[in-house]
Design a protein around this ligand. Structure first.
Ligand code: NDP
Length: 510
């Protein structure tokens, strides 16, 4: 749009260029105090510490006050939703200077409108266990923003699922999907159902019960769910089967992550993990480095983690740890083909715990109750869940010589942890850019379904690489550079914000 200013205006390494509208920084300690106050307010609703919260790099006092004021409104309108506050805060702290420079966006109150979901649907999911006992769970679908296309985002089955978690995920998804440049809006859903230890029959009955309400709200041009934590190809199969029965039509494009035999795409299973590593390699290349021979720690051992391990191995990285919610498996000599196939078999075929992998693989030990981030490494790929790395752990990682952290999971670092890494000039890849390969490939699955064609593995992989490289370029285009390190967090946020904002301005006040 004509009022958009160029990204490089925000680069601290471009001293000749300054933002036109944002006032000069008045008093750094005052900025820090205001941001600390914002964070204290957030901390009242979270378990996070409010200490040592630095003002956004390069932000003036007026910007910081605006962030404070804006966050007050977000917290007032969305009480008791700490994950959502956190996601919005991490976004606005980098986007606010850009927003303040663009009066067209401000006039249309884009930021206020963009932090309000289009709608959030809650419903009861009643299902029967193997003993014939009925259970009721809470089911949700948050349709966050459809400016860029039909709502798109995964379903999560986990006891921690609530409205706050799904609003944070739906908000993030909106901007992640915009970065792919495919026609996809943002949404997220799921249930507080605990799938661990449930039989196949129980999983099937739960999925069918979930879809018996969800089917009213989805459709290939309306809302297209996929998998997430606790929802893999098996669950998508049960969900799709029920949808097909209820709707009485076969519409492949209504769900993604489907099995290959009924409309799924090659590489979808691998896409998020592969994408994270492709993006990480691009970041490393930009800074004159590469993955080859670097020590790599991957957290989690689910869908994203497994394929991040494989792609890192393919690029010559030495992957020395993976984890689960109970501890981590230490692989001091690094994964090789044998170790990797044992991991795949344990997690994907047998659906066993990581302890079983450690028992079966030679030279691997399981460290119960410990974090994988205590293991010194150069490349960190957190691929488990939100807020797994806090400020304290980030300090440990910096002390151990970490060079780059790229988020495979959604929001695995707290805001303070990100600040610690950035301050230490660690390259940081934010989730909305780094893990967009999964939804990017879902977009390719939808394209294949619409064409009624099946692309080859090579074709899909090439498209995935193109998507990840294009996201990297978009981030770099909008990112400030500090001490020679590209601020990918700011780049991803500003670039995706501009894309969604332009569409919202174009639609008028809807
Ligand atoms: P999975 O369910 O396949 O795996 C999740 C992994 O994280 C498991 O190893 C699990 O261990 C571990 N985990 C869960 N909770 C915790 C916890 N509190 N502490 C430590 N480890 C934990 O999920 P995915 O791999 O699909 O998703 C992982 C992350 O990636 C999520 O944040 C998701 O939103 C994100 N993501 C996923 C995409 C996808 O395509 N699947 C796309 C984009 C993002 P355990 O088995 O012990 O529970």
């Amino acid at each position: 749009m004509f009022w958009r200013k160029k990204k490089s205006a925000y680069s601290e390494d471009a001293p000749g260029e300054t933002r036109s509208a944002a006032p000069a920084r008045a008093d750094r300690s005052e900025d820090t105090a205001i941001i600390a106050a914002v964070h204290r307010k957030m901390a009242q609703q979270t378990a996070h510490s409010a200490s040592s919260f630095a003002a956004p790099a390069g932000a003036g006092s007026a910007v910081v006050r605006e962030i404070d004021h804006f966050m007050d409104g977000v917290m007032r309108r969305n009480p008791g939703e700490p994950e959502f506050h956190q996601a919005v805060f991490e976004f606005v702290e980098t986007v606010m200077p850009y927003y303040m420079d663009h009066q067209g966006y401000r006039k249309a109150r884009i930021l206020e409108r963009m932090t309000e979901p289009d709608r959030a649907i809650m419903f009861r999911v009643t299902w029967e266990d193997d003993q014939g006992v009925p259970h009721a769970n809470k089911g949700y679908r948050v349709q966050f923003n459809s400016s860029m296309g039909p709502y798109k985002g995964g379903l999560r089955f986990d006891p921690s699922v609530n409205l706050s978690v799904l609003k944070f995920l739906g908000f993030e998804q909106t901007f992640k999907n915009a970065l792919t440049r495919l026609p996809m809006g943002g949404g997220k859903g799921g249930a507080d159902f605990h799938p661990k230890g449930r039989s196949d029959g129980e999983i099937m009955r739960f999925c069918h019960a979930m879809m018996s309400e969800l089917f009213r709200h989805i459709g290939e041009s309306v809302d297209v769910p996929a998998g997430d934590i606790g929802v893999g190809a098996r669950e998508i199969g049960y969900l799709f089967g029920k949808y097909k029965q209820l709707a009485n039509h076969y519409t492949g494009g209504v769900l993604t992550g489907k099995g290959l035999s009924f409309g799924g795409s090659e590489i979808r299973k691998e896409a998020t993990g592969y994408g994270v590593v492709i993006f990480t390699e691009e970041m490393l290349k930009k800074h004159g480095k590469s993955m080859k021979d670097k020590t790599v720690v991957v957290s989690g051992s689910g869908n994203v983690a497994i394929y991040a391990v494989q792609r890192a191995m393919q690029l010559g990285g030495k992957v020395i740890a993976v984890s689960d919610s109970q501890g981590f498996a230490h692989v001091p000599n690094g994964f090789d083909e044998d170790t990797f196939s044992i991991l795949q078999d344990v997690k994907e075929v047998r659906r066993e715990r990581l302890t079983s992998f450690a028992n079966k693989a030679r030279g691997v030990s399981y460290q119960a109750g410990k974090s994988p981030w205590t293991v010194p490494c150069e490349v960190g790929l957190p691929c488990a869940t939100q807020n797994e790395i806090d400020e304290q752990m980030a300090h440990v990682m910096v002390k151990n010589g970490i060079e780059i952290v790229s988020e495979g999971a959604n929001m695995p670092l707290t805001a303070q942890a990100i600040h610690v890494l950035k301050k230490a000039n660690v390259i940081f890849g934010p989730a909305k850019a780094a893990n967009a390969g999964g939804v990017g490939c879902s977009g390719l699955e939808q394209a294949q379904n619409a064409q009624r064609l099946i692309w080859t593995r090579e074709q899909v992989e090439q498209e995935l690489i193109k998507i990840m490289k294009s996201i990297h370029e978009q981030c770099v285009e909008y990112a400030p550079v500090k001490n020679g390190v590209v601020d990918y967090q700011a780049g991803a946020n500003i670039s995706s914000f501009a894309r969604v904002a332009d569409a919202m301005v174009g639609y008028g006040y809807v």
